[in-house]
Design a protein around this ligand. Structure first.
Ligand SMILES: Cc1cc2nc3c(=O)[nH]c(=O)nc-3n(C[C@H](O)[C@H](O)[C@H](O)COP(=O)(O)OP(=O)(O)OC[C@H]3O[C@@H](n4cnc5c(N)ncnc54)[C@H](O)[C@@H]3O)c2cc1C
Length: 411
């Protein structure tokens, strides 16, 4: 039996552990944090299949300075990190060229089209399929201009199989009666969904894996070395030997790939949210506020209001004013929203300049595989990523052209 070590116990590492265990592999998962870090726990819980357009769309690069100037706007760069971000920004600029952006769109659409195929069987087996609420998502607009500007993007979405229907302001409020007068247009996306609590999904998946003899080790991985017929994973506490290794280390991946001589340009794009237990309003599904770039999801632990994209590396302390600012934005749309005892959270999205994850064999060794950089879509793409990594490991023919996600694009 092959033994494979996965570094990283977020939603990506755990989903890969599940797929490999089902394929008959002896799996070990190493994470420095016993329950994994928290970006897979605290996210918005959306299975956001409509997000098929990369952040780096043509022309967006020149909007970045204005967004950055707004202190609590949707995008920010911490001043002490701005120089360090330049290589990523340059790659972002390259990725926004029309041909490149279209390629990224096709690559994202391919993953999202496959999002449910392996997710539903996995959720069923681990006992959480009832937590997947297939109620669609609502994307709302407060201005005619904002709506018109997004028409090309909606066309691309619809061409990519996203099932979207236009709603007038009144029709939008029929879907979500708590929405106030501010909303002018809506789009209903029927194939989007959300999970009632991303933490519950991760906890149940880990518990299922433990019950099914997947070994979990708490250690901080410092380096990875190839041997003639195996791999060494060097931890802070011990050295581990495996036939093959998968790195699923989210926003921390650059540090490890750099040691192996490969650039991956994964940066932390910190997101924030506030979860309110008794908001005094109810919504039935995820709502995306297109112009203000935040989302609301009705989770079992409360109403979660999340968004923001802050580039400041992994070590700057979070600025929780952003969590509060998101609630203020939400109150513009929901006049009756009460903000009592909200809990705030921040997490590091692992973001690449072209919005595509790296799902790839390494150039360093054909026994080493990469699965990170899922940005805003790690929960959405967890099961398809696991399938693609399993296919690579077993040299199986894939329906998906995986070269689109290769680390080679940055090297
Ligand atoms: C505000 C916000 C909202 C979001 N909403 C959504 C959403 O609605 N839908 C969606 O699909 N996605 C969403 N995301 C994105 C999603 O949460 C991430 O893409 C996903 O969780 C990434 O999972 P991961 O397993 O790659 O990373 P992580 O969950 O960060 O896991 C990586 C793991 O690697 C471990 N690790 C790293 N380095 C080492 C090392 N050297 N040694 C040992 N262990 C190590 C860490 O401890 C961590 O546990 C959101 C993110 C944010 C911030």
């Amino acid at each position: 039996m092959q033994n494979i070590t996965i570094v990283g116990a977020g939603i990506i590492g755990l989903s890969i552990a599940y797929a490999l265990h089902k394929a008959g592999v002896s799996v070990t998962v190493i994470d420095r944090d016993a329950a994994g870090d928290k970006v897979s726990f605290g996210n918005a819980g959306s299975i956001a299949v409509m997000e098929v357009n990369p952040a780096s769309v043509p022309g967006v690069f020149w909007k970045v300075p204005a967004w950055i100037m707004s202190p609590l706007g949707p995008l920010s760069v911490r001043p002490n990190y701005s120089l360090k971000l330049l290589p990523w920004l340059y790659q972002f600029y390259l990725a926004s060229k029309p041909k490149h952006a279209l390629r990224s769109h096709h690559a994202l659409a391919t993953l999202n089209k496959n999002a449910y195929v392996d997710m539903i069987p996995m959720f069923t087996e681990i006992g959480v399929v009832s937590e997947l609420k297939q109620k669609g998502a609502l994307v709302v607009y407060e201005t005619d201009t904002g709506f018109e500007q997004d028409q090309a993007m909606w066309q691309l979405r619809q061409n990519a199989g996203v099932d979207a229907m236009y709603l007038s302001a009144d029709q939008t409020r029929e879907y979500e009666p708590a929405l106030g007068e501010r909303v002018k247009h809506g789009m209903f996306v029927s194939n989007a969904s959300y999970v009632t609590d991303p933490k519950y999904i991760v906890d149940q998946l880990r518990a299922w894996l433990i019950k099914n003899d997947v070994q979990f080790i708490q250690d901080e991985v410092k380096s990875i070395q190839k041997q003639s017929n195996s791999m060494y994973v060097q931890g802070k506490n011990a050295r581990y030997e495996a036939d093959k290794v998968v790195l699923a280390t989210g926003a921390w991946s650059s540090e490890l790939t750099k040691l192996l001589g490969e650039k991956c340009y994964v940066e932390s794009e910190r997101g924030y949210n506030t979860t309110i237990q008794n908001p005094d309003i109810t919504i039935a599904r995820e709502i995306v506020f297109a112009e203000r770039k935040f989302v609301m999801t009705p989770l079992s632990c409360g109403l979660r209001i999340g968004g923001a994209a802050e580039f400041g590396g992994l070590n700057n302390v979070p600025n929780y004013k952003r969590s509060g600012a998101l609630v203020k934005l939400a109150q513009l749309y929901f006049p009756n929203l009460k903000h009592i005892k909200g809990s705030v959270w921040a997490g590091h999205r692992p973001s690449t300049p072209d919005s595509l994850p790296i799902i790839s064999r390494s150039q360093y060794s054909d026994r080493l595989f990469y699965a990170f950089g899922h940005g805003h879509l790690g929960l959405t793409q967890c099961a398809i990523t696991a399938r693609l990594i399993k296919e690579m490991i077993f040299n199986e023919k894939s329906e998906v052209d995986v070269s689109m996600y290769s680390i080679d694009r940055f090297n």
